[in-house]
Design a protein around this ligand. Structure first.
Ligand code: NAD
Ligand code: UD1
Length: 338
């Protein structure tokens, strides 16, 4: 079976490409490299021994996408392509709505044209908004998002639901990711943020490797066990495996199904810092700073549905996540840049 990964040279897409190839799928990647490097293709080949087919295209370029579908016999699509920086989405909302919605709409139109009906989408826990109690379950109503990035995910979920009502052949799996961290155990692929990292784990790794003097913890006066925010961190390879299961599910069902992809266990910022120090025997200097706008005190997944219906659950520990993040950072202090 041939699977198209849009955004497949990115952080989650590259790990999913490896797991799919190792499960026997043929992988075709479409990415415009706006937030990733072409050398990811070499790294995937180094890990798996197989080189995925690569198209350097913008997924909202309809003619380019039609050409890809005409040349390749695609059975299913996993749609990772999109912009994902929460803060940047507040500054550049139109670019976020344009890119995230256009890529999805173009993809759906071209899939319909070429009779491809299986679609897995990278959604986010952010669609639960601030109104829902935790742990989040898939039956909860979606909430209000605190930023345009989150709204693009919520809107795309709506678009995919409407498309599935109109086309009864369509099979859509919405994966709501919690907080993916870690890297492939080889240290050949990992998260490679441009500039100052927004997310916690890449920031910690860059402090540990000496690129940044210290971590600022955004608030220690929340109503949580140690006062710092709690999140459901999961290993990116476990997340990649969830896509393999989601594809199996999509090939056997029609309509829309939503799955939380998390471990079901929250950890605080301080717990992450200390786990990183202990697992890797390195120091992570930190200071306590002000709260970050838009942060929720805590949330985590009810992960039962994915376990029961997909046969997926996270296997890797927090120690594995910290060790693999560090292994990637140490081996690639400048990411994919030489
Ligand atoms: P990433 O930025 O590493 O990967 C996204 C890829 O999409 C990049 O390689 C980028 O070059 C590509 N891309 C962007 N716009 C494109 C376009 N118009 N045409 C072709 N390629 C395009 O991000 P990631 O962390 O791997 O996230 C993958 C998906 O998962 C995204 O949709 C993201 O919103 C979603 N997600 C990520 C997280 C997270 O914590 N990383 C959490 C929830 C959801
Ligand atoms: C954010 C987004 C989410 C997105 C995810 C991954 C919101 C509400 N959520 O999640 O939609 O999918 O990023 O891109 O915007 N922290 C620090 N210091 C730092 C960095 C982070 O203390 O330098 C803390 C944060 O306050 C938070 C935790 O670490 O409590 C995790 O932060 P982060 O990695 O940015 O993820 P989220 O905010 O959970």
């Amino acid at each position: 079976m041939s699977i198209l990964l849009t955004g497949g040279t990115g952080f989650i897409g590259s790990h999913t490409a490896v797991e799919l190839i190792e499960s026997g799928y043929d992988v075709i990647i479409a990415d415009n490299l706006s937030n990733s490097s072409a050398s990811v293709i070499d790294r995937i080949e180094q890990i798996t021994g197989i080189r995925p087919v690569f198209y350097k295209i913008d997924v909202s370029d309809k003619a380019a996408l039609q050409n890809l579908f005409a040349e390749q016999d695609i059975d299913a699509v996993i749609h990772f392509a999109g912009f994902k920086a929460v803060g940047e989405s507040v500054e550049k909302p139109l670019e976020y709505y344009r890119n995230n919605l256009d890529t999805t709409l173009t993809l759906l139109e071209v899939m319909e044209q070429f009779d491809v009906h299986q679609f897995v989408f990278s959604s986010s826990a952010t669609v639960y908004g601030s109104e829902n109690p935790y742990p989040y379950t898939e039956t909860m109503k979606k909430g209000s998002c605190s930023n345009p990035y989150g709204w693009t995910k919520s809107m795309i979920e709506q678009i995919l639901g409407d498309a599935a009502v109109a086309n009864s052949n369509l099979s859509v799996v919405l994966l709501r990711y919690f907080n993916p961290i870690g890297a492939h155990e080889s240290g050949l692929i990992g998260e490679d943020p441009q500039g100052i990292p927004n997310n916690l784990m890449p920031f910690i790794s860059q402090v540990a490797v000496g690129k940044r003097p210290k971590l600022t913890i955004f608030g220690d006066d929340y109503d949580t066990p140690d006062g710092t925010c709690r999140r459901d961190y999961l290993h990116v390879v476990d997340l990649a495996d969830a896509h393999v299961k989601a594809l199996e599910y999509a090939s056997e069902h029609k309509g829309v199904e939503i799955f939380n992809i998390g471990t079901g266990t929250p950890y605080s910022v301080l717990e992450i810092v200390h786990a990183f120090e202990k697992s890797n025997s390195v120091a992570v200097p930190y200071e306590i700073g002000a709260r970050r706008d838009g942060d929720l005190p805590e949330f985590w997944a009810d992960a039962e549905k994915a376990k029961t219906m997909l046969g997926w659950e996270a296997k890797r520990s927090l120690e594995d996540m910290c060790r693999d993040s560090w292994n990637w950072q140490k081996k690639n202090p400048n990411g994919y840049r030489e």
